[in-house]
Design a protein around this ligand. Sequence first.
Ligand code: FAD
Length: 409
Amino acid sequence: MINEADFVFFPEQLFDRSQVLKAVSRQLGIPEKEISSYRIVRKSIDARKGVKFNVRLQVATKGDVFPDLRGNFDFHDVSTSKTVTIIGAGPAGYFAALQCIMSGLKPIVFERGKSVDERKFDIAALNTQHILNPESNYAFGEGGAGTYSDGKLYTRSKKRGNVTEVLQLLHYFGADEDILVEAHPHIGTDRLHAIMRNIRNKILDCGGEVHFSSKLTGLKLFNNKVVGVVINGTDEYLCDNLVLATGHSARDIYYMLNSEGVALREKGFAMGVRVEHPQALIDSIQYKRKERGKFLPAASYSLVKQVDGRGVYSFCMCPGGKIVSALTEDNTIVVNGMSNSKRNSPFANSGIVVELRPEDYASYSDNKIFSGLEFQKTLETLAYRNGGGAVVAPAQRLADFVNGSGVAY
Ligand SMILES: Cc1cc2nc3c(=O)[nH]c(=O)nc-3n(C[C@H](O)[C@H](O)[C@H](O)COP(=O)(O)OP(=O)(O)OC[C@H]3O[C@@H](n4cnc5c(N)ncnc54)[C@H](O)[C@@H]3O)c2cc1C
C-alpha cells in the first residue's frame, strides 16, 4: 500500500535520504527496511519561524508502484478534420491548438513572428546591438511572450481552471517533473524554447498547421460573422472558427478590429516599474540568515498594499533573474523580468504596479477605447527619451522614484 503523509523538514534534512527515512518510519510506524522508496508530491517553503520545507510524501513499501502523476493525453490525427484558425502562437494560441487536437479539430496557427530557432537571433541583436525587429522580439514569435517569460506557473487568480492539466501538458512537452509537485512551479526561460518546439512538432505530427511570419492584418466578415482572415495584407483564407490569441503586446490588433467594425470595450489595467535588488538581500530578509546555503532556492517575495483606495502590488517577481527589453515598437522602452531554471543570477527583480482605471487616462484619446493604449505608448516613448534615445531603460533608486526626487540615469 502507498502511504501518504505531510512532513516538516529543515532544508538539510530534506536532502538527506537517511534522515527522511527515519522521519517517515517514525511518523508512519513502518520499519525503515520495509520502505522501498518515497517521493515528494507537494513541496513548499515556510520561512516564518526558521526556514522549513512542508512536504507531502508518498511512501512505497515492497512491491508498491507509485501512481502516475503525468497526464494521459489523446492527440488525434486531425489532418482531414474540421479546421479552427488560431492567430498567435503564444501560450494561449498553442494551448488552444492542443485542445483542438484533443477534441478532434484541425488547428491552423498563424504567427506574425519567427520560430523559436530563428527568433533567438533577433533577441541577440536586440540585446547586443539594440536593434529591434518589430515582428520578432521578446513578445512576438513562436511561444509569444511566454517563450522568454520567467516560466513561473502559479497565479493568485481564483479563476484558475484546470491548472493540473496545464502543468501535465508542459511536463509532457519537456518540463521537469518538479512542476507537478512544487507549490510555486517554475520552468525557466532556458527550458522554454525546447518545450515550444515540441508543442509545434506535435501540432504538425497530428496534421495541424503552423505558419510563421504570417500576420493577421484584416478580417473577412459576412452577415456580422467572421468568414475569413487576411494575412500579411494580401493573402486571404476562409475560416469557420477563429481564435484570436494575440496577447497583450499587439496593440495594432485593436485598431484593426475597430476598423473592421468589431465591438470593443475599454478596460482597466496595471502599470508600473521594475525594481531590481541584490538576490542576497532578498534571501537574507526572507530566510533571516546571512547566506541561503546550498539547500534553499533564491527567495522571492510578494507585496500588496492599498494606497489611497488603489491596489499597489508586486508582480512577476523573478528571483535570480534579469530585466529584459520587452518592447515591440521602435522608440519605446518596455521592460519585463525573466530567469533561467537555476535562478542563479546575483539579482532579483519584480514589477511594482498600480491599478489604473479608464478615467485615469481618458484624456489620451478622443476615442475612449484607445485611451489606455495611447497612455501606455506615451509613457513608453517618454521612457525611451529619458533613456537617451537608445534601447536602454532609464533607472533610478526606487525611493527616489516614489518620492518624485533624484535623477534617472
Ligand atoms: C519577460 C517576461 C516574463 C514573464 N514572466 C511570466 C511568468 O513568469 N509567469 C507568467 O505567468 N507570465 C509571465 N509573463 C507573461 C506571459 O508571458 C504572458 O501572460 C503570456 O505569454 C500571454 O500569453 P498569450 O498567448 O495570451 O499572449 P502572447 O504570449 O503575447 O502571445 C501572443 C502571440 O500572438 C502573436 N501575434 C500578435 N499579433 C498577431 C497578429 N496580428 N497576427 C499573428 N500573430 C500575432 C505574437 O507574435 C505572439 O506570439 C512574462 C512576460 C514577459 C515578456
